[in-house]
Design a protein around this ligand. Structure first.
Ligand code: G3H
Length: 487
């Protein structure tokens, strides 16, 4: 297919990781290059996807589910053979620690295998006929058409494939725009895409997303949009489709997950979970804890223990053993972190530890900011990085109000040793967010469980089976039951 629809011009991919030369100067590292795509290349990719779908008559949408599974298993086999190369690229492109990059790869392969298992259990052409009130029906899960896929930089392989793979196996054809950070890692997979699936089924587009993606949507030829990214971008893009209301959107968007630590919480457990929740992969997870709301009676002790444990986290390069805090993907992100901290400090908060920027331009040492209050950037903005905003509360209503009045609605964590208190909080909270975590951090997995959000945090649900449903339509073949003819 049009896997590499581009004119020939290429641009360099620079790693956020800087290395020192012989004289101790920090130098950027060029990892390779990717095509510079534009509108003509995007048009060619879209035309290939539309052609391969062929209004549902193409080889892929009409292929038996069992045969699509065979193609997918072939792809998985080829992908597994390129593990070390892909893991290294994840590490170098987004500065994810080596163990986390390995986890990302392995989790993705597990997800794909689970998808194959789940697709066998969905309604398909082998499903049994049902007779309902004289109608004989066979339900079939059928594709949507052309799906435009975009993944995020923080899980460039895993979260991209969490939508791309289910969309693909359900018989859709794809136009895929890789993330800006996390683009080279797909190169070792191009040959596998090319050989495992029919021509035109998977089509990569490169170049400026802000130019290409609106153009693709304006064409009206995209049937579904899937994006893990910002709600602002998603809202803008959806409106560009000439039939906005007909465009199916499967979206994983912003979040501002809070942890509410009650006075009777197991403090050590709360510190451990909040630390991991706020700072795994530098806080660059949509599920990360972005606000810690701690009861005033324990907030000093909490901050002391939290900062003591934080001080033990190793800052460095992704290949350093036991590293936790690694560089951010670009200078702009580090500057945004700095601006968030400065804004809070100017409005009366302080940095409790010694967090802040570093001489390695993209490295930002985690900063614990207290007390964060309304009116500060950190109060509502999703600081997608290693800042830990903390605010005290006296009355549980204040903590609940923070969650209820938020524009986001993904998850929340509650820390308490009282079953009664937890019980009282769970019901109002589960109607505000889509996952309430009790005495543990917020997170996405296990991947067979639903993952979504309310308000500005998501549209549609992701999980192994939910994603298969999201990228298909439950159609049926029906006939009227007739009386057996009497001779
Ligand atoms: O960026 C959002 C991811 O879906 C977070 O996933 O909780 O497994 O790290 P995770």
């Amino acid at each position: 297919g049009e896997l590499l629809a581009w004119t020939g011009e290429k641009q360099s991919v620079i790693s956020p990781i800087h290395l020192r030369d012989g004289e101790g100067r920090l130098l950027p590292v060029t990892l390779g290059s990717v095509p510079v795509g534009g509108i003509p290349e995007a048009d060619a990719a879209l035309a290939a996807a539309v052609g391969a779908y062929d209004n549902g008559r193409g080889a892929w949408p009409t292929m038996r589910v069992a045969d699509r599974i065979t193609c997918m298993l072939d792809f998985i086999r080829q992908m597994v053979a390129r593990r070390s190369e892909i893991v290294r690229l994840i590490m170098w492109e987004i500065a994810k620690s080596l163990p986390d990059a390995e986890k990302e790869f392995d989790r993705t392969v597990d997800y794909m295998r689970a998808t194959v298992d789940a697709v066998r259990n969905l309604d398909n052409e082998n499903s049994r006929f049902q007779i309902v009130e004289g109608t004989i029906g066979q339900i079939r899960r059928t594709p949507l058409g052309v799906v435009l896929c975009m993944g995020p930089y923080n899980y460039p392989l895993n979260e991209t494939f969490a939508t791309l793979i289910p969309a693909l196996i359900m018989g859709n054809t794809l136009v895929f725009k890789p993330p800006r950070f996390g683009v080279l890692l797909f190169e070792p997979l191009l040959e596998a895409f090319r050989s495992a699936f029919p021509a035109g089924v998977v089509n990569f587009v490169y170049g400026k997303g802000a130019e290409i993606v609106p153009h693709l949507l304006e064409s009206g030829k995209v049937n579904a949009l899937t994006l893990i990214g910002s709600s602002k971008v998603a809202d803008h893009l959806k409106k560009l489709h000439p039939k906005t209301n007909r465009l199916r959107a499967i979206l994983g968007l912003d979040a501002k997950n809070a942890a509410i630590v009650l006075a009777d919480a197991d403090l050590e457990l709360a510190v451990k979970e909040c630390l991991a929740g706020a700072l795994s992969f530098n806080g660059q997870r949509c599920t990360a804890l972005k606000m810690l709301i701690v009861h005033r009676s324990i907030v000093d002790r909490f901050l002391q223990r939290f900062t003591e444990e934080l001080a033990k986290l190793r800052i460095g390069m992704p290949w350093d053993k036991g590293v936790s805090i690694t560089p951010l993907p670009d200078r702009a992100k580090a500057e945004y972190m700095m601006a968030c901290v400065e804004d809070a400090v100017a409005k009366g908060a302080r940095v409790v530890n010694e967090g802040g920027g570093d001489e390695v331009e993209t490295l930002f040492r985690s900063a614990v900011v207290y007390p964060v209050a309304e009116g500060m950037k950190l109060y509502r903005e999703e600081q997608f990085g290693p800042i830990v905003p903390v605010m005290p509360f006296d009355d549980i209503e204040t903590a609940l109000d923070y969650v209820i009045t938020s524009e986001h609605g993904q998850q929340v964590s509650i820390f308490s040793t009282s079953a009664d208190d937890i019980g009282t909080l769970v019901d109002p909270l589960v109607n505000q967010v889509c996952r309430v975590n009790i005495n543990c951090q917020c997170q996405r997995g296990p991947d067979i469980l639903p993952f979504t959000g309310r308000k500005d945090s998501a549209e549609g649900t992701l999980s192994v089976t939910d994603a298969l449903r999201s990228f298909s339509i439950r159609s049926m073949i029906a006939a009227k039951q007739t009386e057996p003819s009497k001779k």
